[in-house]
Every structure is written in C-alpha cells, then in structure tokens.
Design a protein around this ligand. Structure first.
Ligand SMILES: *Cc1c(COP(=O)(O)O)cnc(C)c1O
Length: 351
C-alpha cells in the first residue's frame, strides 16, 4: 500500500502555510475589518471589494454534485495547468525525483518539470498511440514520483485502454496523474468513480474545453483528501478569483447547455471525419475521442502554410513522436468547418 505522506517533499511537509485573513476566520459576522479591503465597494457594478473564498466551498459543492464526488477530493486551480505545476512542486525534489511522460502528449508536463529542474523520463506511446505499459513498468522506481497519462490524449485524441491504466496504477510507487481535459467528448466514462480504489490516482479536468470557459481559467484536480490538503497548503491563498468563481457557478448551473454544445461538436467531428479523407492529399484521419482531429497529410507544412495564408490556424504537430506530417485540427463551428473543408478542396491547384 502506498504511503501518500512519504511521497511529499520534506520542505513541503515542514511548511507552515500562509494564513490569510479569510481562512483564519470562519463563522458569521457583519463587519469585516480584518483584511484591509475597501469597505466602500468597487468602481464597478459588481462589488468585488472582498477577497474570494480561498477554498472555493460553494463552487466545490456544485462540482461535487455534478461529478458525484466528495468535495474533500476536489482541488481548484487557475486552470489545470496550475495543478500540474503544484503537483511537481509538492512531490518532486529538484535534481533528484523524476516524472514520467508518454510522448506525444501535452507539453505542459515537461515544461513544468523543466522549470522546476525535475528530470523527465519519456516513454513514447506505441505507434498506434496506446500506452507501452511494459516499458513504463520496467522504468518505474521510487524516484518516479509522478506519472502523467493524458486520456483522451492530446494530440492523438485516443483514450488509453483501461487495463493499461490500471496496471500502471498498481505498479506505480508514486502518483499517477490522469489528465482528462477532454473526457466530456469521450464515449467511455473517465476514472472519477475509481478514486476510492486508487489512493495514488490524481485526475485532472478543466472547464476550458467542453464547458467553453477557457477564458475564466478554472481547472480541477480530483484525488485522495490527503493529496488535496498538500496542494491547498502550497497554492497561492486566493488562486481562483471571485469573478471566476461566480462565472463558474452560473455556468455549472446550465449543464444542459454544455451537453448541447458537446453534442453539436460531436456532430461536427463526424462531418470532418467524413470530409477530410475524401481529400487526395490526406493520408489518415485518426479516430478521436476529443474535440480535435489528428490528421496525417502527404506533406503537412505546405497545408499548414496554405491554411494560414487563408486565415485558418491549425496546429502543426509534425515534429512530435509518431506524428510525422500531422496537423491537429480543432473541431470548430459548422460554419468554420465548412470554410476549412472548402479551402482544402481548393488546395492542390494553388500550392
Ligand atoms: C487544454 C489542456 C489542458 C489545459 O487546461 P487549462 O485548465 O486550460 O489550464 C490541460 N490538459 C490538456 C491535455 C489539455 O489539452
């Protein structure tokens, strides 16, 4: 059985966290003269003169209800990128501990490790973008504190097989961070309901993709309450601002609207999956469990440049492992997707 406490960096265990005015007081009061706020209000219609709830209780209760999970198992951050950085800072001793990543994958895991001077072990996915579980397990050891698995994976758009994830969870001596940023677009459910079975599992989700709220910067980490406590001790006291908390509460009350957008984007994904393979210079459209498609071209860069000249930006992923000549194309609105296909149909004549 994993001892979660032993995984935490010594200096973080010893840390006496900053105690904010709002976290020292709990209860009801009429007059708040404890935080040097401006008692008169804000030059603004919405009063923002008070510091926000440092632990975001209302928002966590709402997310707990939607995701059917205990609020004690929720950490909220300034995007899930904040959770990635905090996990590395709380669990990886620079110059000694390591993280494991599975390229091609989301770039922030590696960048955060580099910033923190934490070494990364790269275990490439297999050419079909599934986990190379045997290789992963062979390279595990006590210094591998965090294993990042992205599922559905960015940029390959596939979901990782459940038995592979389970094997890694069982073999890991550190935390397994499962990034489910795109889970609302997937056919299969994610791993949230398995948190109780795996104390070393951390699940990342975000409101940036399916919920359509990339601008408010709100990400979630779900994990054992002891892991959540560690992250909360290290995070900046007011890391999720009041505007974000209010906007998220409003948006989360409208999950049917989110479900409607997801359904429409999935229809649009079907449209692109039908149209792209008809183009003679498209070699392969990879199947997708996300709101984007990885597409292999005969030659990716000229297509990228052609689209750019015509006002459409996609992501060139062709330098990534197993992604030779591949562009990553986000599923857009019906109109945007028609524009994209229309332009590509004219490509060839004028390259
Ligand atoms: C977009 C994305 C995120 C970003 O999340 P934020 O909450 O916007 O910081 C995280 N992980 C993956 C795999 C992503 O593609």
């Amino acid at each position: 059985m994993i001892n979660l406490d032993n995984l935490v960096r010594e200096n973080i265990k010893r840390l006496k966290p900053y105690s904010s005015a709002r976290s020292e007081f709990s209860g009801a009061a009429d007059v708040f003269l404890d935080a040097n706020e401006n008692a008169l209000g804000s030059p603004f219609t919405q009063n923002m003169n008070r510091y926000p709830d440092p632990l975001q209780s209302s928002l966590k209760n709402k997310i707990a209800a939607i995701r059917n999970i205990d609020p004690q198992r929720i950490f909220l951050g300034n995007g899930s990128d904040e959770a990635i950085d905090l996990l590395i800072r709380c669990y990886c001793e620079p110059g000694r501990d390591r993280i494991m990543i599975m390229p091609p994958t989301y770039g922030m895991y590696g960048v955060c490790a580099d910033i923190n001077n934490v070494e990364k072990i790269a275990v490439p996915l297999r050419p079909d973008f599934n986990l190379d579980t045997d290789a992963v397990i062979n390279l595990l050891g006590p210094s591998v504190k965090l294993i990042f698995i992205c599922s559905p994976n960015n940029p390959s758009a596939n979901m990782m097989a459940g038995e592979d994830v389970a094997r890694i969870l069982q073999a890991a001596q550190g935390l397994v961070v499962l990034d489910e940023a795109y889970i609302d677009f997937a056919e299969q459910p994610g791993w949230l309901q398995s948190l109780r079975d795996y104390p070393n599992l951390v699940i990342l989700q975000t409101v940036s993709k399916a919920w359509g709220l990339a601008g408010i910067r709100l990400g979630m980490a779900f994990a054992h309450p002891d892991i959540i406590t560690v992250l909360n001790r290290v995070k900046p006291p007011y890391n999720v601002n009041e505007l974000t908390q209010q906007a998220a509460l409003q948006a989360l009350a409208q999950s049917p609207r989110k479900d409607g957008m997801v359904a429409e984007l999935l229809r649009q994904r079907v449209y692109l999956q039908a149209e792209l393979p008809k183009l003679p210079f498209v070699k392969k459209v990879f199947s997708s469990q996300a709101n984007f498609l990885l597409v292999r071209f005969e030659s990716a860069r000229p297509v990228y440049d052609y689209l750019l000249r015509n006002g459409i930006i996609v992501r060139d992923r062709s330098t990534q492992t197993h992604c030779e000549e591949c562009l990553r194309i986000t599923v857009g609105s019906a109109d945007e997707n028609r524009q994209l296909i229309g332009l590509l149909q004219k490509y060839g004549g004028q390259q």
